[in-house]
Design a protein around this ligand. Structure first.
Ligand code: 5GP
Ligand code: ZN
Length: 116
C-alpha cells in the first residue's frame, strides 16, 4: 500500500530524511509548511504514498483527495487564517509543477501575496 520513490523529495520528507515543519499528520496524509511561501500561511498537503501528479489520479483516490481537500480549511483555521484562503494543485510542465509528488497548496493570510 505505502509506495515510495527513493528519488522523490516529498517521499524523503514523509520518511523524515529531509526535515519539514509539520502542520498535520495521519496514516495517509502529511501537511507541512512550504519552504518558500507565496502567502503569509502556505501549507502543502500530500498523500504519504507516492502519486506523481493529478495526471495519475483515478476515482480510486477520491476519498484520499476528499480528505486532503477538507483538511485545508481545518488547517487554515488552526493557523489563524480568518479571511479566506486558496487551494491550488499544479500539474505537469505547463501547469507549473516542480515537485512530482502530488501536493495541494493551501494559502491564506493578509495580502499582498508573492504569487496569485
Ligand atoms: P509546485 O510548483 O510543484 O506546485 O510546488 C512545489 C512547492 O514545493 C514549491 O512551493 C516549493 O517552495 C516547495 N518546496 C520545494 N522543496 C521544498 C522542501 O524541501 N521543503 C518544503 N517544505 N517545501 C519545498
Ligand atoms: Zn514521492
Amino acid at each position: 500500500m505505502s509506495h515510495s520513490d527513493p528519488n522523490c523529495l516529498f517521499c524523503k520528507i514523509v520518511a523524515g530524511q529531509i526535515p519539514s515543519k509539520k502542520a498535520y499528520e495521519d496514516e495517509d496524509i502529511l501537511a507541512f509548511h512550504d519552504i518558500h511561501p507565496w502567502a503569509p500561511v502556505h501549507v502543502l498537503i500530500i498523500p504519504k504514498r507516492h502519486i506523481a501528479s493529478m495526471a495519475d489520479v483515478t476515482e480510486a483516490e477520491g476519498a484520499l483527495l476528499g480528505r486532503m481537500t477538507a483538511l485545508g480549511p481545518r488547517l487554515m483555521k488552526e493557523l489563524g487564517v480568518t479571511n479566506g484562503f486558496r487551494h491550488v494543485i499544479n500539474t505537469g510542465p505547463d501547469g507549473g509543477q516542480e515537485v512530482y509528488h502530488l501536493h495541494l497548496h493551501v494559502m491564506g493570510g493578509p495580502r499582498p501575496w508573492l504569487k496569485g
